[in-house]
Design a protein around this ligand. Structure first.
Ligand code: MN
Ligand code: MN
Length: 472
């Protein structure tokens, strides 16, 4: 009786194994050796994060790493052979890395595209003012933020100032312990009766995001605005800039904190800007590690994704297609034929299931921390608006590539169907007439000053991109 029952149980267990999607903790699937590799990979990723809080810094870091790995600046007058490695720096805010394949562009190219901009507080063009003996910056937030998350967070000032004489300087102050930081203030709870009774969008609006930057006056004279003058005097002495130079500057306030391991087991990383450096770094590493692929491999680190991809350094710009055209033409191919045969992993994050906010998610179609790289067939909102939807055939190809290489992956939608929504650069790539699907890292607290990812998922995203780049 007992034996028969066990036999039946094992028969259905076997059938389950064959027919069901296998649910097992990603760390068990991966094994200790792979988990150790993920931890090692993420040590370098944390260094990247601390040095790439803005798109400009991400480009500078990536160019340096690429040059060290044998990439040279692309020259459309030169001809290239399989294994050659080139890059195109678009205005120091976006970057293309290409490794020429055995078949060049003939069968299409393989694209990996991630964005290197993250939500933050940009300075307004006329930012500096004094009010009640305090010097402040007016900011204009960039990207989708929950404004209440930004007061009382230590901030650092990053960016570039361009002068009329052609000089540019890079600014980076507030990240190091011995440097001064900045912050947005908040109202004390004792006086916040009205504020706390507001809905969140009213309690904190864009004009509340003023940054405290100084409080002492300049000199002894009883001049007006002498606290503002003191700040300008500091800026002039340190950077040679005057108030008008703010007009030709890209300056932004970002969280000052460095990337940190999270959890007693150090399995996760808490940091600013995982979205989408957590895919940009794996894409960069996959490009650097690719030697002679079958098809030409093109990695693009784009800017402007967080505000809709508009602008000359974003995905709606023609610069990526123009570069593919340059390669195609040099090889005697028609660009439109190359694009039609091209495939792309749009490497971007997805929302990881958060048990504290479980009601925002649909558990069967969410991505989970430690379950590997997440493939998102479509994003968008409502009835699949504003998104491309990867074809069944292309999904099958990606499944094959990842499974054959033992990459741990999962699938997920962005929360409940009518819960909101969002998009990635995938639809702009699809509009070029290429095949594309989103693949990336699940993130907790997305767009917050500190976002959370798992180390295993970061490594699996690298593995996925590498295997895609090097597939036959
Ligand atoms: Mn993103
Ligand atoms: Mn985002």
């Amino acid at each position: 009786m007992n034996d028969k029952k066990n036999e039946e149980k094992s028969k259905s267990a076997l059938l389950k194994e064959k027919l069901f999607v296998q649910k097992k903790h990603g760390c068990r699937k991966a094994g200790a050796e792979t988990v150790a590799k993920a931890d090692e990979f993420c040590e370098a990723y944390k260094t990247f994060l601390d040095n790439a809080k803005t798109e400009r810094e991400a480009v500078a870091y990536s160019v340096k790493a690429a040059e060290k790995a044998g990439f040279t600046e692309y020259d459309n007058k030169k001809s290239y052979k399989p294994g050659d490695r080139v890059y195109v720096n678009n205005r120091n805010k976006a970057l293309i890395l290409a490794v020429i394949g055995k078949n060049g562009t003939h069968n299409g190219v393989r694209l990996g595209i991630a964005h290197i901009d993250s939500p933050r507080l940009d300075l307004k063009p006329n930012p500096l003012y004094e009010s009640n003996d305090l010097a402040m910056f007016k900011t204009h937030y960039y990207g989708g933020i929950k404004k209440y998350q930004w007061p009382c967070v230590l901030l650092a000032l990053h960016g570039t100032v361009a002068f009329k004489d052609g000089r540019t300087i890079n600014v980076r102050i507030g990240d190091e312990e011995n440097e001064p930081g900045f912050c947005v203030t908040d109202l004390l709870p004792h006086l916040a009766v009205e504020q706390m009774s507001n809905v969140m969008t009213k309690a904190f609006n864009g004009e509340h995001l003023n940054v405290l930057i100084g409080s002492r006056p300049f000199g002894e004279d009883e001049e007006s605005e002498s606290v503002k003058l003191n700040v300008l005097n500091f800026l002039f002495e340190k950077y040679g800039m005057t108030e008008e130079d703010f007009l030709s500057a890209d300056l932004t306030l970002v969280p000052a904190a460095k990337a940190r391991d999270l959890g007693f087991d150090r399995s996760m990383i808490g940091a600013y800007g995982h979205d989408d450096k957590v895919c940009a770094y794996p894409a960069l590493m996959a490009a650097l590690d690719t030697e002679i692929p079958e098809r030409t491999v093109i990695t693009v680190l784009v800017d402007r994704e967080e505000i809709g991809s508009d602008g000359n350094t974003g995905m709606k710009s023609t610069f990526t297609a123009d570069f593919i055209a340059d390669l195609a033409i040099a090889e005697g191919e028609e660009t439109r034929h190359v694009l039609a045969k091209s495939t792309c992993l749009s490497a971007d994050v997805n929302a990881a299931f958060d048990p504290t906010y479980a009601s925002a998610y649909e558990a069967n179609n969410s991505s989970y921390i430690n379950s590997g790289a997440v493939i998102t067939k479509y994003t968008g909102s409502g009835g699949k608006y504003s998104t491309s939807d990867a074809s069944a055939e292309f999904m099958a190809e990606i499944r094959r590539i990842l499974d054959d290489a033992g990459v741990i992956w999962q699938t997920g939608e962005l929360g409940k169907v009518d819960g909101g929504g969002g998009g990635t650069i995938a639809k702009f790539v699809a509009n070029l007439n290429a095949d594309v699907v989103d693949l990336g890292v699940p993130v907790l607290s997305m767009h917050a000053p500190m976002e959370v990812v798992s180390k295993l998922d970061v490594y699996m995203t690298y593995r996925a991109l590498y295997e895609f780049y090097n597939a036959k």
